[in-house]
Design a protein around this ligand. Structure first.
Ligand SMILES: Nc1ncnc2c1ncn2[C@@H]1O[C@H](COP(=O)(O)OP(=O)(O)OP(=O)(O)O)[C@@H](O)[C@H]1O
Ligand SMILES: [Mg+2]
Length: 250
């Protein structure tokens, strides 16, 4: 599904990713954990195509297609989705208008017809109900004044509607209360399928009790320094990152 080879990325002369290698198989849920500043969000942005980053070397292949040659909207059309660590507030853009535009752009890219308004509403309401998103919230401008947890749920609502191929969740669990964590995790689990893979960035092993990953990767200083199964998250919880920090310095 996704293959990242020797990815080297810098921003304003600061090297952030240092020859990162990562493979995520079709249908796999891969978790990435790692200290603050190790480059996890940078990786998510580079996959999604945010500008500002200078890719010095390496490649990112999605089903063999070179993602780095595509603009951000082309990546979205190809099925790349990023749930942001800090979702942006978009004043003046109604949530429903935004969702409809995204969904129809995605359908167009897949060669499907636009949804009729009733069909669209039905889908949004169904997804919102599952995620326990209040319908009143859908009438507001996108994310404006939403609580931290409400913004995270809105990201998952977008993901559920767009049915992407490759989903990157950047600390979607941070700021969620206990019930929201369960609701969001169930939303993600319901989307697990062949033909869809996930990269779940988190600091907390707790999330991985809800979204049980197939693989866990430790990132440090812009590289994947260890890969294991879900038990690796438990080891990290117990031992912290000291081992990886010293390993890097040596
Ligand atoms: N515009 C920028 N200019 C300079 N350095 C930057 C810029 N953007 C990011 N960085 C640096 O890149 C490094 C990696 O940042 P990134 O946000 O990817 O880390 P992270 O692993 O997601 O951390 P966290 O766990 O805190 O979310 C940090 O040291 C950060 O300061
Ligand atoms: Mg981050």
């Amino acid at each position: 599904m996704l293959e990242i080879k020797n990815l080297v990325v810098q921003i304003e002369d600061n090297r952030i990713l240092n020859g990162l290698n990562l493979t995520v198989a079709d249908g796999e849920v891969a978790a990435i954990m790692g200290p603050n500043g190790s480059g996890k969000s940078t990786l998510s942005y580079v996959i999604a195509g945010k500008e500002d980053y200078e890719v010095l070397d390496g490649e990112i292949l999605l089903d063999g297609q070179n993602v780095l040659e595509m603009a951000a909207d082309e990546r979205a059309a190809a099925g790349v989705f990023l749930a942001f660590q800090y979702p942006l507030e978009i004043p003046g853009v109604g949530t429903m208008t935004f969702l409809k535009a995204c969904l129809n752009a995605q359908r167009k890219a897949r060669g499907e017809d636009e949804l009729t308004t009733p069909d669209f509403m039905r889908r949004v309401y169904a997804a919102a109900d599952t995620l326990e998103i209040n319908r009143e919230m859908l009438k507001r401008a996108l994310n404006v004044g939403f609580s931290g947890g409400e913004k995270k749920r809105m990201e998952i609502l977008q993901m559920a509607l767009l049915e992407p191929k490759f989903c990157v969740l950047d600390e979607t669990d941070s700021g969620l209360d206990i019930d929201a964590l369960r609701i969001v995790s169930e939303g993600v689990n319901a989307l697990r399928a062949q033909g869809r893979s996930f990269l779940v960035i988190t600091h907390y092993q707790r999330l991985l009790n809800h979204i049980v990953p197939d693989t866990v990767h430790v990132m440090s200083k812009g590289q994947i320094v260890k890969t294991g199964g879900k038990e690796l998250a438990l080891e990290l919880e117990a031992s912290g990152y000291a081992e990886y920090r010293t390993g890097e310095a040596a």
